[in-house]
Structures are given as C-alpha cells and as structure tokens.
Design a protein. Sequence first.
Lengths: 328, 328, 328, 328
Amino acid sequence: MRAPWQFELRQMALPDSPPAGEVLVRVDVCGICGTDLSAAMKAKEWESFGHEVAGVIEQIGPSVQHLAVGRKVVLETSSFCGHCALCRNGRVDLCNKAPGFWGRPVMGFSERMLVPACCVVPYEGLSAEVASLAEPAGVSYDMVKTAAIALGDRVALIGPGPIALMAIPLLLRSGARQVVCIGHSHSGRRLEVARALGAEVVAVDGPLAERKELHRQFEHVLVTSPVDTVPSALDLLAYGGELTYIGIGTGSGMISFDANDFHFRKLQLRASFASPALYFPAVLEMLKAGIIPGERIISHQFGLPDLAAAMHLCRDDKEHVVKVVVKS
Amino acid sequence: MRAPWQFELRQMALPDSPPAGEVLVRVDVCGICGTDLSAAMKAKEWESFGHEVAGVIEQIGPSVQHLAVGRKVVLETSSFCGHCALCRNGRVDLCNKAPGFWGRPVMGFSERMLVPACCVVPYEGLSAEVASLAEPAGVSYDMVKTAAIALGDRVALIGPGPIALMAIPLLLRSGARQVVCIGHSHSGRRLEVARALGAEVVAVDGPLAERKELHRQFEHVLVTSPVDTVPSALDLLAYGGELTYIGIGTGSGMISFDANDFHFRKLQLRASFASPALYFPAVLEMLKAGIIPGERIISHQFGLPDLAAAMHLCRDDKEHVVKVVVKS
Amino acid sequence: MRAPWQFELRQMALPDSPPAGEVLVRVDVCGICGTDLSAAMKAKEWESFGHEVAGVIEQIGPSVQHLAVGRKVVLETSSFCGHCALCRNGRVDLCNKAPGFWGRPVMGFSERMLVPACCVVPYEGLSAEVASLAEPAGVSYDMVKTAAIALGDRVALIGPGPIALMAIPLLLRSGARQVVCIGHSHSGRRLEVARALGAEVVAVDGPLAERKELHRQFEHVLVTSPVDTVPSALDLLAYGGELTYIGIGTGSGMISFDANDFHFRKLQLRASFASPALYFPAVLEMLKAGIIPGERIISHQFGLPDLAAAMHLCRDDKEHVVKVVVKS
Amino acid sequence: MRAPWQFELRQMALPDSPPAGEVLVRVDVCGICGTDLSAAMKAKEWESFGHEVAGVIEQIGPSVQHLAVGRKVVLETSSFCGHCALCRNGRVDLCNKAPGFWGRPVMGFSERMLVPACCVVPYEGLSAEVASLAEPAGVSYDMVKTAAIALGDRVALIGPGPIALMAIPLLLRSGARQVVCIGHSHSGRRLEVARALGAEVVAVDGPLAERKELHRQFEHVLVTSPVDTVPSALDLLAYGGELTYIGIGTGSGMISFDANDFHFRKLQLRASFASPALYFPAVLEMLKAGIIPGERIISHQFGLPDLAAAMHLCRDDKEHVVKVVVKS
C-alpha cells in the first residue's frame, strides 16, 4: 500500500528456508484493522501490511523446538523476549525488547511470510477466519484487563468497532453489571451486534457534553474511538471512576481537560496498548467456547486479489461493515 | 480570613450543648495547609478555616455512643456516612454523602468547635502537635495507596511539601526501591528533610523537559506541586508507568498532553483525593512508631493570636518552612 | 426451636417504641438457611431463629436519621460499626465490633422484630420473597469476592445449595470461562437450576478421589458443602490454584491434608465468612436486573404457622427443595 | 552426596562444547540451602547437588543469542518456557513446562556446569558470594509476593533461616508496619541478624499455643520452618489474616486444623513455591542497593574441597551459622 490509498500485490522474495529462530507460515486469512486504514492514508512509500493472521507452518528454521510443520497457527505481532529484566521479573507484559514482524517487507496480506518463532501460537478447533480474530481479541482483552472492572460496575463503551464489540462479552465476564455501547447512529450493523452480545445501545450523534443523562453514571468508560473523544467521555464517569482508551487521534493526538475537576472526582485515565501481544490462548479458548462469537463479528470475506476492494468497503460502508477478513 | 490576605480572630457563638450526633472539641493544635494559603488569597467573604486539628472532647451530644468526654482526638474533615449504597457495598472510600465540618462558621483555627461525631478519631501516645499531622498524613496515605506501588518500583516525587515528605516513608514501605524527590533549589529545608527521610534529592529549577537523564526512569511519578507540572512529569515515566497527583492548578487547571504518546507508552494518570478522609488509625500508628517522624515535619509553632504571622511565614519563607502548626 | 427438632411459635414482648438507634420491622418474608437446620438439631434451650429477612419499617427509635417509617427493607445480620480502627482504615469488611441482631429473643421467624438501624438496608422494585434472598446472595458475593476469579479461569463449585447456585451467575460475571457444579445425583432440582444458570453439571456420588478426570482441571474450587469435602477437593486444583470454602463441618470440623503436596502445587485455601454483612445494594441490583434470577432459586413458600412443616421439607426432600421462604 | 550423609568430589565428563540452547558456566560460588541438608540425609544413590550458583559463562552453544562469553551470571534452577499457554497468557509464574538443571549429573557444587540458556541471568556490580544469594532471595521474594502485604500490616515470621532473614527487608518494603521474627533461642546469630535487619525478635522454645500474647496479633504469618508449625501458627492470625508458608515437613507433611475456626476467623493459607524461578533482576538490584544486605547474610565461606565440612557445619552449628557459601 501507499498513500494516498493505493494498493498493489507484488511478487516478493523469501529465503529458501527460514533462518534460525524463524518459521515460514502459509497465510490462510488476514483481517483488516482500523490501523490499516489510517496507515493506507499516510504511507509515503510502498509498504507491506496486515497483522491479524491465521495460517499454517510450512517450514521451520534451525533451533525452533516447540513447533512443527503443519500446525495451524495465529501470529502475535510482537512477543516478549523472555530474557530482559522485565521478563525475568515476571512482567512479560512490559517487555521492552519484544521481537516481532511489524515493518518486515512481507506482512499478512500475502501468501507466505517469515516470522520469529516466538510470535507463533498454535490453535485448533476453529476456522481460520475466526482464528484470525485472536489478534484483535487479544487487544480487547488487554483493554479490559487494563480497565480492571469490579463485580457490579457499570461500563460505557464508546465506539462500536470490532475491538469494542469483542470486549463486550469480556466485560460482562469481568464483572460489569451493565455495558452501554455508545456509537453514531450510522453504525447500524455494529450497534445491532453490540445489542446481540448483551450491551445496551445508545446512539449519540452530537457532543457527549449534551447527553446529561449519561453523565456521572459509570464506574468505567472504555474509549476505542479516536482519542479526541476522551475529554468529553470523562463526564460519564462516576466519582472514583476510570477511563481506559486504546487507539490514536485523528489529528495531533493532543487532548486537554480540567485537572482540578479530574482531581476532585478522583478519576483515572489508563492507556491500553497490546505490545507485547499476550492472551492469545485465553481468547482462542473464548472463541472456541463461543463466549466471543467470532462468526457474528466477521461481516465480510474477500480473496487476496480483492484486497483493494476490501479496503474500500471498510472505509466507505460504515453502515454494514463490522469486520472484514481476506483469504489468501 | 478574607481575600486579599486578611485575617481576624473573632468571638463566635457556639450552642450551650452539642446537638444529637455532634461533639464539642477544644482545639489544641491546628496545622496550616497549602489549601489555606490559596483560600486566603481567593476568599471573597470572611471565612473560617483550619482543618488539621488535634484536640480534646469537651461535650458530647445525644446518641453519641462510642466517644467520651476527655478523649484526645483528631478530626477527619469529612467522613463516610455508613448508610449509602457505596458504604454498604464496602466502598466507604467512595462515599458520596460524606458528612463533615468543612464550611462551618467555626473551623480549626479557634478555641472550640462543633463537629459530627463520625469525624472524630481518638488517639493517644502522641503530642497534640504531632497528632495534628494525622490529617495531612492521611492525604499522603491516600496518594500512595492510589499509586499502588509494586515491590522494586522506582518513584519520582515532585514537589517537596509536607504531603510529599510524609509520603516518602510510606513509599519506601510500599515497595519503592528508590524515591527521588524533585524540588526547586530554594526549598532548602524541605529537600534536606526529604534526604533525611530516605529519598534521593534532585533540585530542578528549569523545565523538566530539559532533564533528559530523568526521562523514562520511573515506574511511578507522584506530583504534589500544581497540576501544571503534570504534562512534563509524564516524560519521567517508564513504559507502563503511572502518574498520581494531588492538588489543584494555580490557574484554570487545564492540562494538555499527547494522548498518542500516552497510548504508545501505556501510561496511566490517577488523581488522589482524600474525601472521605480515611486511614487515620493507620497513620497514627505510623506516627507513634516513628515510621513517619512527625517532629521532623513540623518546622514552626505559633500561638493562635499569631495566626496571621504564621500565614505570612508559610507564604514567604520557602527556604525554611516545612510545616507550621498553630496552638490554641 | 429447640433440639431435637422442636418448633413452637410464641407470643413475645417487644417494647412500645424502639430505643435509640433501633428500628421496629414488620417481617414480610424470612428464608430458611442451612444454618437453621443444623441449629435446630443442636439447640439446647428454646431459641429464636431466622435471619434472611425482608420487611417494612414500622417504627423508628430516637437518633435514627437515614430511615423512614414505611420503607421496605432487608436486614444485615451484623453490620460494621463505623468507628473502630479497621472501619476508619477503610476495612469495614473486617470490622470486629459489628453490631447485629443474632441471638436476640426475637429473630426473623416472627411478625415483628427490633434491629439496630445500621443493619437495615432499603430496597424497592422487588417482591419481598426475592428481596429476602439479599442475605444469602450477599454470602455468595463474599465467597466469589474472596475467591478472586481472573478472566478465563475454570471453576468447580461443590455442593449445589442456594449459596452455590446464586454464586453461579456471579462467577460467570467475575471471569469464569467455565463453571462446573458438582453435587449428589439426588439433588435433582438443584442441579437442574445450576444448569439453567449456566453451569455444567457433574453428579458425583462417590469419593472425589476417584474422579481422576476432574483432577488438576480448575484454577478455582469453591466448596459450600461440609468442610470434610475440602481435602479431597484440593485434588481438583491446577498448579497455583485456590480453594475457597464457606460453612462448617458436620463433625469436629478438623481437616487434614498433605502440606508438602499443597506446597509443591503452590495452592491456596481461603475461608469466606460474610461478617460483617456487606454487598446488599450490589446483590439487590443484581436481583433486580435478573442477573441473579431470584424466582428460580425459591422453590417453596410457606406461611409462618407452617414453619415446622417448612423445616421438615428442607431437611427431608433433597430431591425437590432449593430455597424455602416463610411469609409472616 | 549420598545418604546417610556421605560426600565425595568426582571427576565428571562434560561435552567439548555446549549443545544448542545451552551454555557452559564456570562456577564461582554455590550456596548451601536447607534443601541440600535434607537431601543429603535421604539420597539413596550418589547425586549431584547445589543450586545457588554465581559464575561466569565460558562457552555458548548454537542459537543462544542474548548471552556472551565472559558475562558474570547467576542461575535460575528452573525457568519459564515462554511457549506454553500459561506463558502466552502472561502467567509465566505458573509455567508448567519450566526447563532447568535440577537433577542433572553436574550441579552447582562443581567447577563447571552445563545449563539451559534460559536459566542464565547476567549480573554485575556484586561479589560472586553476594550474587549467589539471588536464588534464595528470589525464594524470599516469591514468598513475600504470595503473602500480598498491605501497608500497615503486622507480620510474624517464623523460623529465622536465610529465606526468612532476606524476607525481612522485603516485608518492610512491602508495607509491614512491624515484623516479629520468631525462632528458637539457640539460633543466636540468626536472631541477631533479624534484629539488625529491622525485625523485632521473640525467642520461642515451647509450643506457640502457650504464647497467648502473640495470638490474634498479626495480619500475616510467614512460616519458613517445617510445615508441622503451620497449625499452631494459625493462632497468631487476626481476623481475616493470612498465613504463607514455604518448605516441607520433617515427616509425612500431613497437617490438621479446625476448618470451622478457620472459617469463622476468615483465614487464608497460601503456599509459596518459586518454580519457575523469577525476580532475579529485582533481587540483584536490591542486593546492589543494600536493601538486602548480602554480607550480613553470609556467615561462613568454604572452598569446594571442604564441601563436606561446610555441610557438617550447617547441620551442627545452629548457634553461629546463617548462610554458608562454597567457592569453586
């Protein structure tokens, strides 16, 4: 891909066999993420992309012990290194030397890709389409874990994208007495899925500041829409409440709010960021058990030659798109 | 007191005997808090003030069971109600109906005051001067508890006032491997006390943005200086770090920072606010055990007639003042 | 009641008006608890009993501010005092001076009873029958909270009584990926309710030691059956697992297990004990929202004159009884 | 070594160069652990032993990326695998496939040993003697972490061995207001070190049941003496208290206690077990900072040829021995 919004499939060279510590994966399915959309509008050079991958191991490099050719696998974008002080102290979630495949010349929208062995997580008992949700579901999981819901809490969830939708059952499993999903009324199908997953749905097309009936009503607010929403979303928090967000701003990313008010209401602001990627076995179990209903999340499937069309659909059809996956 | 910076002692009427649920306390000592200074510059009408009180119960109103005349006590500014849904759910720390004495016509800089019985906490084994530190020490305690230090964390503490100084031993008891206290070089005595309490001391007179050697070095940053410091203090946090602050801004209180950077570094911002007041028995034990060395915190003592002079000293002598208490 | 298994309704004297700090409650409904059964077999003197009470306030004693005649209320058996050091430190859950009505001459199986005002929790929007479940549901809540389930954990729940059944939705809301309810096959209706509430059901009539397929499969085991079950229930725990129990032994209460094995498997044993009673507002909300489906839990209703028959049924009909409530 | 109490140094074969994923370490120092003493009394065949190792990397096998010849290192007995579902879910502390060097033909009391690369943790800035304390200090750390001390808790620590002694500063850093170290009066030097590290010391030579003044006084009890002590140590716990232990029984390991009393006092029993080994970077920092004063813990040093004498001393001189290390 390259900005503005150009896509091209190319023949790329891969080594005859994987180097030490790496494996060659045949890609079955790769999902399209919101990050892909913004990258496609900004990329200055041709770049590879795609990071929600389910595939099969085709070859294994030297010194890879715990994997076997033919295993179905999903891919962590970056993993923990296992060796740094943070890992050795048990805080693999903060590993600052996480190896991964982000930025490599061949990424997920491809037929085959090379990845570090530590990024590879075996799965079974799921279709490749649903398995490819492990990556974004892991992001949902990190967000819910960061939020630290207590039993009985009321939760507002702003921005009904796939990350938020998959967070709904996790929130309900994490103690939420009530999940209110807030989105623009044009996101018809997403709000419908939110409702089916157990959330109450509130369409908000104007400023949150005007929706007084929602103010001070929630122990937790989770924001997956652009960060510009964060300051007004603080109004929704009850005393002692906590806002968790994930994602980046549409513009500069700068946010402003009243720190005195934040103080007197004893609030918290927490960023979720799933790097290194964790929790894949946990979400794979939840996809298998139907706790996260993968089929409901995937709204469209395309073939790899139609990647450009898939990207267009994601950008343009807010009414019907939930999650689009691309099959190689 | 009244703005701008006027003080007057007056004869005020108190009832002959306390109403139901209230007690009459003879004030022994009342400490001066930073909040008092800013209030004294802003108050439009004559107002009573003083809320760091140690005294003795002189009279007890009807239906007060758990207290007795003659008991030495310290006062919570506001307590939990015990009856609301939050209290009944065990979250007394979030009680939103907290009764207190804030804003009453007679407060702590007085000879006698009426207070709700639920605000009264007995003590013994301490001087009244040191006991009067229970209120600000409870604030320190709430801040440290909100920060949730883990064993081995490095902590930066910005703004070496009494709240911060009393937080130092609590931080060292809460897991901090290192506490670096950051303050202006003109706060000579405060930095000296910080060092004596076990902190490393760094004088910073210019912008934190220029002190690159401090950036990304701390799992926790605690800010007790005006909130305007918060955005630049975020630079000090390591990946996954968390900033806790207490207090209010010198101006509007608005703060701005880059939410993208905050996201990619997986940061947290937490407000501490000690309302309702809790943890008095805990800090009284720590004052008694010398874990919080009360005598080191109190730098000056005045009599009630000299309240104005005491206030002037607090405002003007940043070099030598740590904590000033006023004896009635 | 008096052992062995004698019951009698008597005319008891109550004061003309409640003393200070107390209220007179007209009892609408009182549930029968397993504790009542064992007490009825052991009591040496005539004793009053009944502690799962929903009623209406008829009179209010002096100095009770936060309640009004005519309010529908449920009763905590014992509450926190609000004044001791533990309460003042925010640990009301550990209050060791909890006032209550246990052991008073008139308890819940009665028409009217006097209780300390602090034990009274208002409710609305529920039938008195369902509201009377607040007390045992609060016990379930304390047990689930003590267990501290993490998102994705597998939970075994041994002994399908009302406490366990009401814990099922709380466990599923607290992170449990799977709840396996284990009970004797003769508890037909209870196991049926367990299944309807979302648990998998396993009938075990012999020793747990022989059910190897259940061993090492659970991050959490919750035991509500007599404590004699605890040692063999430890076998069900995975490495690092944790067993929480509530209740007392049928005999001496002594349990024995291999502390070496417990060490090498890094296990934990935790007792739940809901004194002081907390979490009533939380469970009342959950009963209202249908998260805890009160109607499914109540299997039989009796009038107060039929209390003895109700007690017999509880003791004798394990096949059909879930929860029995008595209406005054 | 071989039971009963026989020791012999032997020439053992090592490969010319380490296999893939392994490193050859020249042993500088290896500490003697209590486990070594009991093993030496029970071993039926000749066995190698020693697991508290500090040394230097001499050779590196293929595919070991993150280590270099010449690095000073300490060794984890077993590490986490990095690949299993628990590791991928961030729970490396529960890894059930932990690779290690336990049971290999050459262990720590040797000149050179082969170990998996994942067990190797670099260090600098410490003597090899003090660095060899990282392993037992990691055990202390796991115990303190398992106990989950809250700020202000009172802690009783039973059995003043090196694990307990190194736990003292960690407990004081983790919130303990008071640490009372309880041991037999014949452990003179150990109790002296406990006192120097900030604990209060109580010599108890008879049954704990008779020391009523200690009963119900502690939020936490930590037991590092044989597990037979656990039942009577429960008496020391306050309501809601929690006992953490580490280690094994002198006999069968069976313990018995009253589960009714445990329930009514809402107690918890937690096992600490440091497998996989974690927290080495954390404790190395604490050894460097002097928070854990390594030199005070090491009471005796021997050369490898005198290993048998060192073992004798450990077993026989309870009066003077704290920690014995053996230099290769």
